[in-house]
Each structure stands twice: as structure tokens, then as C-alpha cells.
Design a protein around this ligand. Structure first.
Ligand code: AMP
Ligand code: FE
Ligand code: FE
Ligand code: ZN
Length: 289
């Protein structure tokens, strides 16, 4: 009898490719993960599963395990809350419809932001399109790249700290479902939902304890507490809540290639936790390379 297929560590469960706002193609990303010494990587592009197939082929070639995933945009009031989702069925009708709606809303919102920015800076929608790959999930990082290309910022981070900051006057939110609805959709598609970087500035106030309790009841699996953008005090508080509501903790890099300083494997997830994710994820299998 064949033994159970096994993943190897280190495990990084949050990365982006050019299918959303990462700077590397899915295959380049998987090769970078292998070169960084990772044994398992999850591809979690924003609101899209379009990179799964290419990443799967690359994982087989590179000899590492791929966990197919996505970072689902959700929203509470004016604040965006990101939900990592693993091993769901990408053809599930609920997921397909909701992610299409979010991607379309992101596109319209980006065009509106560029229109506003264009009043003060010589930036056009064509400049932004030149920074995206066909069908990519469009976000502020692509506007940032266009601003860099036009010389209005030196780096993505500088653009985010200035023109693209939510207080700069050009910011606009986009449609996204409530996290409760997204969690329900992910579970219905056989997936495993984890709130991404929940201890960033503002996020803790967005998800108070009573709300977190409801999300846990709706099927939330865990919290991404080991992430460079989580603030230490808020993180300590959320560790206590994770314990109280039986939520698992993951750690990851949120790698965006050259688009962000985050390095592959800078935070990792315990093998026992990934074991549980694989146990609960029934919509898609991992790719064991
Ligand atoms: P959006 O979802 O379009 O509002 O843009 C948010 C995305 O931009 C997230 O995926 C972040 O990872 C990315 N982002 C936020 N801040 C920065 C930064 N300083 N440099 C590069 N990317 C960033
Ligand atoms: Fe991103
Ligand atoms: Fe995020
Ligand atoms: Zn991310």
C-alpha cells in the first residue's frame, strides 16, 4: 500500500502572482519558493484562481507542494478585510459569481481612482492597463506601478504612502461581500477560510470579539497572526481570542515578488495546522510535487 502523500516544510500559505498584484508569474513564483527553500507554498491571488493550473505544473517540476488558494476581498463598512481560502472548488457557482463581481467592482473603482488622480497628475487608464497582465485582478498596486512608470513615485511603497493612501483624497473603496458571507461561500465550496493579517491598523476595531465569535461559528478556521503587518499589541489580544474560539493560527509572508519588501518564508505555518487544513479542505486537492 502506498503511504499517505506528504507535504514538506517550511510552509508559506500566502503569496501573490501576476494573476493579481504580484510581480512574478505563477511559475516564477513557485520556482522562487523552491529557491527560497520552502517545501510547501500556497498561491493566494486576490479574488482569482486563474493561476492554479500553471502553479500546479510548476510545483510538480520544482518538487514542492502547492496548496491552491485565494485571498477573498471582503468588507466591513469602509474597511477591507481579507479572507484567505484554501482547497475549495474553483468551479463552485457561488464562488465564481462572487469573485467575478468583486473583480469587476475593482476594475470600475480603479478607473474612478485614476480619473481623480488624473486631475492632478498626468496619469491615464492606459498607463495602468500597461502594468497589468490580461484578466489580472486589478488593484492599487497596478496604479502604483503606473505612477512609478510616470515618475510620480520612486517605488510602489512610496505611492502607497502618498497618492494611494486612503487619506490622500483619491481613495475609493469597492464592492466586496461581508466576511460572514465569504466564509459561508468558501465552506460551501469545500474550502478552509482564514482571516488574513487581522491585527493591522484598524482591523481589530473592524472585527470586535462579538463579530469574531459569529465568524467562528460560521466556519472560520483560523487567523493569520504571524504576518509582518500585524501590530504586536493587537496580535497578543487576538492570540487570546483564537484560543477562546478554537481558531488555528497561521503565519505567512504575503509575498508580492518585487512589489513589496515581504520575503518568502519570513513567517511560516506549523505542519500540524496545515494537516488540519488539508483534512478539512474537500473542494480541491493539494498538488504534491
Ligand atoms: P487594493 O486591494 O487595490 O486596495 O490594494 C491593496 C493591495 O496593495 C494589498 O494586496 C496590499 O498587499 C498591497 N499593498 C499595500 N501596501 C503596499 C505597499 N506599501 N507596497 C506594495 N503593495 C502594497
Ligand atoms: Fe496584494
Ligand atoms: Fe491582504
Ligand atoms: Zn495578500
Amino acid at each position: 500500500m502506498l503511504g499517505a502523500r506528504r507535504f514538506r516544510g517550511p510552509i508559506d500559505l500566502h503569496t501573490h502572482s501576476s494573476v493579481s498584484d504580484g510581480t512574478e508569474t505563477p511559475s516564477q513564483l513557485v520556482r522562487a519558493a523552491a529557491a527560497a527553500g520552502l517545501g510547501t507554498v500556497a498561491l493566494t491571488d486576490h479574488d482569482s484562481t486563474a493561476g492554479w493550473a500553471e502553479a500546479g505544473v510548476a510545483a510538480r517540476t520544482a518538487g514542492l507542494t502547492l496548496i491552491p488558494g485565494m485571498e477573498f476581498s471582503t468588507r466591513v463598512g469602509f474597511s477591507s478585510v481579507h479572507l484567505l481560502a484554501y482547497l475549495f472548488d474553483p468551479s463552485n457557482a457561488g464562488i465564481v459569481a462572487e469573485t467575478a463581481r468583486v473583480r469587476q467592482a475593482r476594475l470600475v473603482r480603479a478607473e474612478q481612482m485614476v480619473e481623480r488622480i488624473g486631475v492632478d497628475y498626468a496619469l491615464t487608464w492606459e498607463d495602468v492597463l500597461a502594468q497589468t497582465t490580461p484578466d489580472a485582478t486589478v488593484g492599487r498596486p497596478h496604479i502604483a506601478d503606473a505612477l512609478v512608470a510616470r515618475g510620480f513615485a520612486l517605488t510602489r511603497s512610496e505611492a502607497f504612502a502618498g497618492i494611494l493612501h486612503w487619506e490622500a483624497g483619491y481613495y475609493q473603496p469597492h464592492y466586496a461581500p461581508d466576511p460572514l458571507r465569504a466564509i459561508t461561500l468558501v465552506r460551501a465550496a469545500g474550502g478552509v477560510p482564514v482571516i488574513a493579517h487581522p491585527a493591522t491598523r484598524g482591523a481589530v476595531d473592524v472585527i470586535p470579539e462579538a463579530k469574531l465569535a459569529r465568524l467562528a461559528e460560521a466556519g472560520l478556521f483560523g487567523l493569520e497572526l504571524e504576518h509582518r503587518e500585524n501590530r504586536p499589541e493587537a496580535k497578543a489580544h487576538l492570540y487570546a481570542l483564537a484560543e477562546k474560539y478554537g481558531l488555528f493560527v497561521i503565519g505567512s509572508s504575503d509575498y508580492h515578488g518585487e512589489g513589496k519588501p515581504n520575503r518568502l518564508g519570513e513567517n511560516t505555518t506549523a505542519p500540524e495546522v496545515l494537516e488540519r487544513i488539508i483534512g478539512q479542505g474537500t473542494g480541491s486537492p493539494p498538488v504534491y510535487g
